[in-house]
Ligand binder design. Structure first.
Ligand code: F6P
Length: 323
């Protein structure tokens, strides 16, 4: 392998820069040339390639976002788009790719490899932590800590004004961000897509608390929960228990930004090194991840189709901690 390229795709996540840095420095360490592709698959199609050297990634390990920028490309989902991307890679003499992203990124990489045979190793970069094949994804730890910091502040107002707050966190179709936010934030209830807690059950729990003279409440809702978003749940609760002074906070994109935590910098660096060395050892169509503290390479097909299950004992923990 003589020349590889690295890109970030999908939602940005804290630690992506640390991973890019590790990819660049590992390639240089092994005498491989490395290019950065701007704006993910979209930049690959348009030929937005930049040569990277060691200095290109200096002073980036602590920065949020991605220096290579990111995008969700519709064109890459077409055969024509992928053909253009392949032509660009050939023109630039690229013989291997490191793709930093999530499910959508690896779905695109799988199709690409099947059609054009470009070897790709993935790095799990998403705040959602919803990827099978790694215990944690790059950006998850930081996002949880950012959300928890916001929740701590919201609790001050909930407590001072005797209010019931419904706080919506990100996570797409998974409750991985919501669970530690609920347990760490001392929430009465957590609503996640993986388990079904009806609005009636939420109302019962809050009514019981109210009858026990509890004055403030926190309900954490994952954005992908079946019962709907925080505004919908809050409206239904208010209609059933009018005495509750309800408020809604959607934490939103601040969860995606900011300096990566120590854990994310460490994970991103480990994975970046593993991705390049995986390519050098002939791996393709796999994602590098850490499971039970060990480096593993999981086929893209599994990361895309297998579900990383949430430990159901976490729901019980929320219940017990509210006794
Ligand atoms: O995948 C990361 C994520 O932040 C999800 O948690 C969320 O559902 C989605 O991206 C939001 O995407 P966008 O920034 O495109 O609105």
């Amino acid at each position: 392998m003589k020349r590889i390229a690295v890109f970030t795709s999908g939602g940005d996540a804290p630690g992506m820069n640390a991973c890019i840095r590790a990819v660049v420095r590992t390639a240089i360490y092994h005498g491989i040339e490395v290019y950065g592709i701007m704006r993910g698959y979209s930049g690959m199609i348009k030929g937005e390639f930049v040569k990277l050297d060691s200095a290109s990634v200096s002073n980036t390990i602590q920065k949020g976002g991605t220096i290579l920028k990111s995008a969700r490309s519709q064109s890459f989902m077409t055969r024509e788009g992928r053909q253009q991307a392949f032509d660009q890679l050939v023109n630039h003499g690229i013989d291997g790719l490191v793709a930093i992203g999530g499910n959508g990124t690896f779905t695109g990489a799988t199709l690409f490899e099947q059609e054009f045979g470009i070897p790709t190793v993935g790095a799990p970069g998403t705040i959602d932590n919803d990827l099978y094949g790694t215990d944690y994804t790059i950006g998850y730890d930081t996002a949880v800590n950012t959300a928890l910091e916001a929740i701590d502040k919201i609790r001050d107002t909930a407590d001072s004004h005797d209010r019931c707050f419904f706080v919506e966190v990100m996570g797409r179709d998974s409750g991985y961000i919501a669970i530690p936010c609920a347990i760490g934030g001392g929430a009465e209830i957590v609503l996640i897509p993986e388990t079904q807690l009806s609005t009636e059950a939420v109302i019962d729990i809050l009514r019981n608390g109210h009858n026990r003279s509890k004055t403030s409440f926190l309900v954490v809702i994952a954005e992908g929960d079946e019962e709907g978003n925080a505004h919908v749940v809050a409206r239904q609760v208010k209609a059933a228990i009018p005495q509750l002074d309800t408020r809604v906070t959607v934490i939103g994109h601040i969860q995606r930004g900011g300096a990566p935590s120590a854990a994310d910098r460490m994970l991103a660096s480990q994975i970046g090194i593993a991705a390049v060395e995986g390519l050098m050892n002939g791996m393709r169509n796999v994602m590098a991840g850490i499971v039970d503290r060990k480096l593993v390479y999981t086929p893209f097909a599994d990361t895309i189709h297998k579900k990383k299950l949430i430990n159901q004992s976490f729901m019980r923990m929320v219940e017990i901690l509210n006794a």
